[in-house]
Design a protein around this ligand. Structure first.
Ligand SMILES: [Fe+2]
Ligand SMILES: [Fe+2]
Length: 154
């Protein structure tokens, strides 16, 4: 029925499970949870990189014409997530596994901001983009988009 939207929803659940892990590790800092922060962050980066490409290269272009303003907002949220991801990546790269109090505060702030941006974006898609795509795209279009997105592996 809504194969493409459902594929994206399913990937959202995978990303969210890692976001929960990241948040949990961040709020239970200091030090012992550093390894978990790194693991969840790496998993989110991998999942989100491919997920964003599926959306930007395949799903968004197919629906952009129907609501350019909403799609521009989605693009902007992707960009904000990427900026936060790069900042968090840079911070984690220079942190040891026993960071200073000051670095932990920064990690806490940046990590939760990143988590919030990605979660907010997922909700925006699920509340505003996907239900509308479900109503607008024909079943065969959903199917074709799902197959194309599924082919995108790296
Ligand atoms: Fe997205
Ligand atoms: Fe998404």
């Amino acid at each position: 029925m809504n194969a493409a939207s459902d594929l994206l929803r399913q990937e959202h659940r995978q990303i969210e499970s890692q976001l929960d892990g990241l948040r949990d590790a961040l709020v239970n800092l200091p030090a012992p949870r550093m390894a978990e922060v790194r693991t969840h962050f790496a998993a989110i980066r991998t999942l989100a990189a491919l997920h964003f490409r599926k959306e930007e290269e395949i799903f968004y272009p197919s629906v952009r014409g129907f609501d350019p303003k909403l799609l521009a907002e989605m693009d902007e949220q992707h960009e904000e997530s990427r900026v936060a991801e790069r900042d968090l990546e840079a911070l984690l790269a220079r942190l040891s596994d026993a960071p200073s109090e000051r670095d932990l505060t920064e990690l806490h702030r940046l990590g939760l901001m990143f988590e919030d941006l990605v979660q907010t974006h997922i909700l925006a898609e699920e509340d505003r983009l996907l239900p509308w795509a479900d109503r607008t795209l024909r079943s065969e279009e959903q199917q074709t988009l799902a197959i194309r997105m599924d082919r995108l592996k790296t």
